[in-house]
Design a protein around this ligand. Structure first.
Ligand code: PLP
Length: 374
């Protein structure tokens, strides 16, 4: 089946009791036992499992082509559960350009627990090979990366990691399973901040992990999920399942808009550089064509000048909201270095854009007026 059909069918849970087309919300935290003191429907307590969460998890597994999935209260809770499933002494490789919260977890929390990590340019296979140690347990990928949209060869890194006994996890938040399916390319786990495209409307916080196989590592992560309890509420799961129904049309259309904006910006005299894998000038242009169905709806632009020009530019914009996050239907723009703080290595003139569903002609008109007389 095609992704559009999968998205709709995998979230279709009618309630036979009342013949509803849309599933109800199961707010009950606890479930009754039968005369044999059995859990006849399989549910015990909502931290362990919940019908709305199970519906979301089964849909995510289908969309990513995984054996099983787990939903969390945020993307960071999902990432945290992966790292919590490792052991003291384990070493992790993370990309040098990635959502800053991922290496921050390793540095601020897991270093104290005896885990180590290396930041590596994962677009360079030789650099990944050099960084692999006997104790490397996991290689984390994010492609396209945040905020520079670097493209990593998922299949090559996953093969290399496997040959050294390490797992590969890919943060697929930016691409979604509509544009890229890392498990098909050899990854063991896919991670999502479902807060972004899967929810799609900037109104729900969530995270997810999807696993290629249901093995002992999965059991360990499930223990962290159930005992740790960083699980999403039934309503958040319900909203995410609803968001998934329109995922394919949103992401594809937003990607078309992003390509138009990237083409416009790359020709503009006030622009120093555009980072977008749909531009032939981009480092990962050919690779993106191979492993993604479209280049996605995220782009970064460096205006000529520094932080002052960058901030002046976004203050002149009318149709882009100055806010963090991404993946909603509305266009957002963000001065990434300000958000990442003093240790940020992101260029001061870089702005990250999450391109929405407004008409691209209107968005381009707004960019044009804001870039004039910077
Ligand atoms: N991964 C990526 C690529 C992200 O963009 C984000 C959030 O911006 C996260 C992970 C963290 O997700 P959350 O904010 O849902 O915890």
């Amino acid at each position: 089946m095609h992704p559009e059909t999968l998205a709709l069918r995998s979230t279709h849970f009618p309630d036979a009791n009342v013949a509803s087309v849309v599933p109800p919300l199961y707010l009950s935290t606890t479930y009754e036992r039968d005369a044999n003191y059995e859990l006849s429907k399989g549910y015990l307590y909502t931290r362990a499992d919940n019908p709305n969460r199970q519906q979301l998890e089964s849909s995510l597994a289908v969309l990513e082509g995984g054996a099983t999935a787990m939903a969390f209260a945020s993307g960071q809770a999902a990432t945290m559960a992966v790292f919590q499933s490792l052991k003291p002494g384990d070493h992790v490789i993370v990309p040098d350009d990635a959502y800053y919260g991922t290496p921050s977890l390793l540095q601020s929390i897991f270093a104290d627990w005896g885990m180590s990590f290396s930041k590596v340019d994962t677009t360079n296979l030789a650099a990944v090979e050099e960084s692999l140690r006997p104790e490397t347990r996991l290689v984390w990928l994010e492609t396209p990366s945040n905020p520079q949209l670097k493209i990593t060869d998922i299949e090559a890194v996953a093969n290399l990691a496997r040959s050294r006994g390490a797992l590969t996890v890919c943060d697929n938040t930016w691409s979604t399973p509509i544009l890229q399916r890392p498990l098909d390319l050899g990854c063991d786990v896919v991670m999502h901040s479902t807060t972004k495209y899967l929810g799609g409307h900037s109104d729900v916080l969530g995270g997810a992990l999807v696993f290629k196989q249901d093995d002992s590592f999965v059991q360990r992560v499930r223990l962290v999920q159930t005992l740790g309890g960083a699980v999403p509420s039934p309503f958040d799961c319900w909203l995410l399942s609803r968001g998934i129904k329109t995922l394919a049309v949103r992401v594809r259309q937003q990607s078309i808009h992003a390509q138009r904006l990237a083409d416009f910006l790359s020709e503009h005299p006030a622009v120093e550089q555009v980072h977008y894998p749909g531009l032939p000038s981009h480092q990962g242009y050919f690779l993106a064509q191979r492993q993604m169905t479209m280049p996605g709806a995220m782009l970064s632009v460096q205006v000529k000048g520094g932080a002052e020009e960058a901030l002046r530019f976004i203050n002149k914009l009318q149709l882009f909201t100055k806010a963090t996050s991404l993946g909603g239907v509305e266009s957002l723009i963000e001065h990434r270095a300000s958000v990442e703080g003093p240790e940020s290595t992101t260029p001061a003139n870089l702005l990250r854009v999450s391109v929405g569903l407004e008409h691209p002609d209107d968005l381009i008109g707004d960019l044009r007026q804001a870039l004039s007389n910077l």
